[in-house]
Design a binder for this molecule. Structure first.
Ligand code: HEC
Length: 171
């Protein structure tokens, strides 16, 4: 039975395995997606005639991502060391505008090692964010634009609190 259990475990973990590079790239893509839902809310609220249905559905998208966020940083998904660029890559980046869509690359990960080294602090800023994301959904179910905007500011603040401590500058 023990041997069978071991074989089963090995089998399960190998099928469930996703490369660290893929985990990092999925994480960056998820942050971008959450970021664009967040920006949709900002754009609506700044338009002066906010489409509250749009705000409500975007708030739900942010909340859905907020649930999974703590699982986006498994051990082994720390940023890889900086890879020296070849001359041609450097040359290509010199000519790209920076505006065009860049495919997420693990080497560009901005996750700070403190995420893995200070798990209690990371958990605390995460819980702060989660509360604001939940409260944003509740606020978005009303038609009180002033209250929705006030809650959006709190949500924005909770994103920044985490970024200040746990997101590095661009690399
Ligand atoms: C608990 C911490 C935490 C919270 C809360 C958080 N972020 Fe981030 N965010 C990060 C980290 C860490 C990264 C860098 C991930 C990486 O590069 O591996 C990041 C990256 C990003 C990126 C950049 C993705 C890219 O293109 O490289 C965007 C956009 C973003 N976050 C938006 C948001 C928004 C909007 C919120 C709030 C609604 C938010 N984040 C809340 C930690 C957080």
């Amino acid at each position: 039975v023990a041997a069978f259990g071991l074989a089963l475990m090995t089998h399960t973990s190998s099928t469930a395995q996703v490369s660290s590079k893929q985990v990092i790239e999925n994480r960056i893509a998820a942050f971008r997606d959450m970021g664009s839902a967040f920006k949709n809310i900002a754009d609506e609220l700044n338009s002066g005639e906010a489409n509250l249905e749009e705000v409500k559905s975007a708030a739900k998208v942010v909340q859905n991502y907020s649930v999974g966020l703590p699982t986006w940083f498994p051990p082994g998904s720390e940023p890889p060391p900086e890879i020296p660029r070849t001359w041609s890559e450097w040359f290509a980046s010199w000519f790209s505008s920076g505006e065009e869509y860049q495919v997420p690359r693990a080497e560009n990960s901005r996750a700070k090692l403190d995420i893995w080294q200070k798990p209690a602090e990371f958990e605390a800023v995460y819980q702060h964010f989660k509360r604001e994301a939940d409260a944003m959904v509740v606020a978005s179910q009303t038609s009180d634009t002033a209250a929705i905007t006030a809650q959006f500011r709190k949500l924005e603040q909770s994103c920044s609190v985490c970024h200040k401590s746990f997101r590095a500058d661009e690399r």
